[in-house]
Design a protein around this ligand. Structure first.
Ligand SMILES: [Zn+2]
Length: 81
């Protein structure tokens, strides 16, 4: 009875803006990045405006790296049109 829950929860630093990134299209913090390391690609999705982008990723890249690259290339495309 009363099985002691052995929870080794590491104190993950919780940020209010969770795992979402800012969307360059709709300006909401509603971007989610999925990494598919095996396939060498990442998928970027926005829950708010429905944007979906697939970009290459290099091994070892984090979501932040991928997102930053996506964001930069998006801005470049948007400006250099
Ligand atoms: Zn969006």
């Amino acid at each position: 009875m009363g099985r002691r829950k052995r929870r080794t929860t590491l104190p993950v630093r919780k940020r209010r803006k969770s795992a979402f990134f800012r969307c360059p299209v709709c300006q909401h913090n509603s971007i989610m990045v999925e990494l598919h390391e095996k396939e060498g690609k990442a998928v970027i999705k926005c829950f708010n405006c429905g944007l979906v982008e697939e970009i290459e990723m290099k091994p070892g890249e984090t979501k932040v790296d991928v997102y930053t690259r996506f964001f930069d290339s998006y801005i470049e495309r948007a400006e250099g049109a």
